[in-house]
Design a protein. Structure first.
Length: 65
């Protein structure tokens, strides 16, 4: 494994933020992103616990302010 691996800075800015995620099946999920990679696979922490979302299923990510 490459120890120099870094997440794209555009994606890394979502980590630790409360977000609204729109999925391609028209569902929406809210929570805090605790992990994200360059394929937009992410781990979301919300009221239901931890949820893993595959990047290919994401239509948009919106930061909640």
């Amino acid at each position: 494994m490459n120890d120099n691996f870094q997440v794209n800075k555009q994606f890394a800015r979502f980590k630790g933020k409360d977000v609204l995620i729109g999925l391609k099946n028209w569902e929406e999920v809210e929570g805090k992103i605790i992990a994200i990679d360059n394929f937009l696979n992410l781990v979301l922490d919300n009221d239901e616990g931890l949820k893993v979302i595959k990047g290919g299923k994401i239509a948009f990510i919106s930061i909640k302010e």
